[in-house]
Design a protein around this ligand. Sequence first.
Ligand SMILES: [Zn+2]
Ligand SMILES: [Zn+2]
Length: 273
Amino acid sequence: MLVNLCDTHVHTLFSRHAYSTVEEDVRAAAERGLELVGITDHYSAMISSEIRPLEYQHLFNFRAIPRQWMGVKVLRGAEADIVDLEGHLFGHGLTFDRMLTGDVWVTPFSLEEQALKDVDYAIASVHGRDFTRDATPAQVTEMYVRALAHPKVLMLGHIGRTGLPYELVPVVRAARELGKVLEVNEHSFDFGKPGDGRRVATMGRCRALAEACAEAGVMIAVNTDAHISCEIGHFEHSLAMLEEIHFPPELVATRSAEAFIGCVERGVGALED
Ligand SMILES: [Zn+2]
Ligand SMILES: [Zn+2]
């Protein structure tokens, strides 16, 4: 039996189209018996049509959230959009000279650096796909490899569900070389309607990804991508698929808080207080 005691991709009200608070998410994790939850709100154009530091201030004050709350270890994360075929993250290259108070800073700062400075890890995902319209599988592969190499990125989010054509082997190899993680996302299994082509294709891609990770010895994170607290800790479809393919338990990064924190420390860096 595979166990999964961490949910390292969950959203709160700060994602705009999610419906629970940080406290509700942590309580749900505690009630489900999880050891660790990672709060990963969208860092993305989905938050606001205006790109300015004010819109992302929920990423600037993580220290207000207890590290240990209701018996659950709480990690600070963000789900950052990949925004171009070079694998850059949202806000890349944008600088600002006014912080939240409106005071002018002596040196302009980068939104990307400011937003990701205090996260323990980021998940890199593609949501807006317009920029990938004419991309070849080789270009998408390169984009994923570069995004994974970002120092704050620990994992690629839901690449099975995103559905962009890419080459599995180079992405898995890059994850292994960089000490990073690939995600099996529970939400991918209720995507589209049961039996429709989209869902079947998504499930096939998730399975192929897990099989490639098992073969190459790459860690996976099994996450819900919950947009409301009652979804937290429900990994049933993902775990059933992993059982079916006899996925090695020691490659599940989210099997325990200790295992996941080890992955963060190896892939991104030591956790701060
Ligand atoms: Zn979302
Ligand atoms: Zn998400």
